[in-house]
Design a protein around this ligand. Structure first.
Ligand code: ATP
Ligand code: FE
Length: 336
């Protein structure tokens, strides 16, 4: 069975074709970073308009690249939430229109389920059960995963998502948007001993996160120092070390408390090399296996949506109506 996946929840237009036997056949991505950069963040209306312009050309490109034509596609998966309403509407409407024109069923996919399953595009793929750390621009959560749609949330953030904290701290440091890659790049030049930021919530039991204090710690440090290149690098380094160490401590707790020895990490912050390295060290000590998507499938992409759609194709419908869900808690999904 071949599934065409369409992702448009935020500022990336992603399209991919996934074959349930042969795996991922091909994918393409259009990033809107250049569109939003001058505003310092994503402008929802511009995002929606850009998706409308790009989806069909990307579908054509992926079909050509994979030497498929429309008759080879058995179903369409599209992100219907959570995300920006206008962006979701753009992708969902195109997906439903294509499904009608091609006479195939379409299924709405949960964006975070897509992120969570992305490591299954790799070899070896994680088996169930596993602990999942989802770290992205809008989410920070740990979940116990027993199967598709069987998600028990172990802890979430009380305030900012960790990706959001990277983005806000980057803004404070004048590093531009998106902040995650910018911070990790300059942090390499930083002196990790100069500033020490708090590790939020680690003194309390449980797996709840809080990241807004780290951004404040960065702001207070900026206000007290001359902001030369070295100081920017040192603050970026202190911020990244604190964010990463906090995530690693909570992941260790999650593995211990669930007695599960597989950890899956997904979402844009999963692309952070320092996080990947520190999690690997922790997992080696805990004798746990660690699974990541490749770097390009950490941030938004069509491949993860095509894959998640493959698992949920039985929920697809031929009917033309659709509903986007800008807010959609992942633990309300049904098991398959
Ligand atoms: P969500 O998936 O919660 O709806 P989103 O789709 O906007 O949010 P993603 O595309 O998964 O989020 O990830 C984007 C986030 O990842 C941004 O906050 C970005 O700064 C962060 N990010 C990307 N690369 C890195 C990196 N190397 N280090 C740290 N953060 C990173
Ligand atoms: Fe995302």
């Amino acid at each position: 069975v071949r599934i065409l996946g369409i992702e448009t929840s935020c500022d990336d237009t992603g399209v991919a074709i996934y074959d349930t036997e042969a795996g991922l056949l091909g994918h393409a991505l259009y990033s809107q970073i250049a569109t939003h950069q001058e505003y310092g963040g994503v402008v929802p209306e511009l995002a929606a308009r850009d998706h409308i312009r790009k989806v069909i050309p990307l579908v054509d490109a992926v079909l050509a690249k994979t030497q498929c034509d429309r008759t080879h596609i058995d179903g369409i998966a599209y992100t219907c939430g959570p995300g920006l309403a206008g962006a979701l509407l753009a992708g969902s409407a195109v997906a439903k229109g294509l499904a009608f024109a091609w006479d195939v069923p379409a299924v709405g996919v949960h964006h975070m389920e897509g992120h969570m399953l992305a490591p299954m595009l790799e070899n070896p793929a994680p088996e169930f059960p596993f602990v999942a750390l989802l770290v992205s621009g809008g989410h920070t959560l740990l979940a116990e995963v027993k199967g598709i749609g069987q998600y028990r949330i172990l802890g979430q953030t009380l305030d900012d998502a960790v990706g959001e904290a990277f983005d806000k701290t980057a803004k404070i440091l004048g590093l531009g948007y998106p902040g995650g890659p910018a911070i990790s790049k300059v942090a390499e030049l930083g002196d990790p001993t100069r500033f020490k930021f708090p590790r939020p919530m680690i003194d309390r039991p449980g797996m709840t996160f809080s990241f807004s204090g780290l951004k404040t710690a960065a702001l207070n440090t900026v206000n007290k120092h001359e902001l030369d290149q070295q100081t920017i690098a040192d603050i970026a380094c202190a911020f990244q070390d604190a964010a990463v160490e906090t995530l690693v401590i909570k992941c260790k707790r999650a593995l211990q408390e669930t007695h599960i020895n597989r950890l899956v990490v997904a979402g844009g912050v999963g692309a952070n090399r320092h996080l990947r390295k520190e999690l690997q060290t922790m997992c080696d000590k805990q004798r746990a296996a660690l699974f990541f998507p490749r770097i390009e499938f950490c941030t938004d992409n069509g491949a993860m949506i095509a894959l998640a759609g493959a698992f949920r194709m039985h929920q697809a419908s031929d009917d033309l109506s659709f509903q986007v869900k800008p807010r959609w808690p992942i633990d309300t999904l049904l098991p398959v």
